[in-house]
Ligand binder design. Sequence first.
Ligand SMILES: Cc1ncc(COP(=O)(O)O)c(C=O)c1O
Length: 400
Amino acid sequence: MNDSFHARWGESNEIMKKKGTWKTLRHLEGPMAARSPMENHGEVVILSSNNYLGLSNHPDVVAASKTALDRYGAGTASVRFICGTFTIHRELEEELARFSRTEAAISYVSCWTANTGAIPLLAGEGDIIVSDELNHASIIDGIRLSKAGRKIYSHSDMASLEEKLKQAAAERAPGGSILVITDGVFSMEGDLARLPGIVELARRYDAAVMVDDSHGTGVTGPHGRGTIEHYGLEGEIDVVTSTLGKALGGAAGGYVASSRAVIDALIQSSRPQIFSNALPASVAAGALEAVHLLERDPAILARLRENIRLLRNGLKKMGFNPLEGESAIIPIIVGKTAFAIDMSARLLEKGVFVTGFGFPVVPEGTARIRVQASAALSAANIDKALEAFAEVGREAGLIN
Ligand SMILES: Cc1ncc(COP(=O)(O)O)c(C=O)c1O
């Protein structure tokens, strides 16, 4: 053991603890649901999961996963192109392509892997990536892995996007592409990307558009097909990435949906496809069932929409001022990181599990409590949560 190496990390951890920015892992003792038992805290109402449709513990999703576990076993024990591709992968991918209204789709073990595996391949040397400044960390890391040039535009600012596109058009290599990348729903703000404006500008400057709709899939759009459906832009976006780890069952997994040509290129050359194991069959089957459930039971999406409304209106009525948006993410800006973490701890004492986010996840001074709605929540769960918010908000001096 190299003592000084470990001591260095111990010291840096102590600094975070002193600053009040240390994150404590909370252990759930039951499934992700509206309420779950938390070690040392008893039953808590969960307002901080991405279990938007409440399918993480849905009996049909669990049953589909169990059936696949029995049929295919625990894991693939291989990467896709050697011998790790099972028929359930094809079934899932065909369904995801249909759901996304694209020619084809390919799964990854997470959306993180999808973004970091697809971006460096789809934009390389001589190409230019144009990215929203608030894009998710997995997009940022995907861009870091790419040899393409990069331009960052101000968040959802179409004038800034146009300026960067003009520069990209002048700077790209002959025959090089421009790829605009944006979140569909921004995970810390809860706002939707301005896709109609983005698509229009991309057309004008001969750019392709890639949308990561991890927080939109299963949430936005008339049928829950996401932000692209919300804007009526299905078939107009060049590359869609999303997660299976949020609304669609919440286990794990991600995917890219695009033209057959793009998906074939990813199968051939995207590094995680070639050098990392495929999604476990049980997870693929659970996600497939989640897509089917979303389509056959519209009441699930209607419940989510109603719960978003109840939470947002309830918080506003008591004097909080959440950021506006149409997604299931309702952020309340509280200022300092330590304040957000302390507020989240106080809410937990009152039986409500909601996370405070601060630096470096969001810029210093804009720390926030991020409330996330779920179709799983009952009206009683929401009432209990709002009562806790009223008490803690008053104690913290945020509301009267
Ligand atoms: C916009 C966005 N993209 C990608 C991811 C990563 O998803 P996964 O958990 O499937 O890796 C997240 C997760 O927080 C996200 O919010």
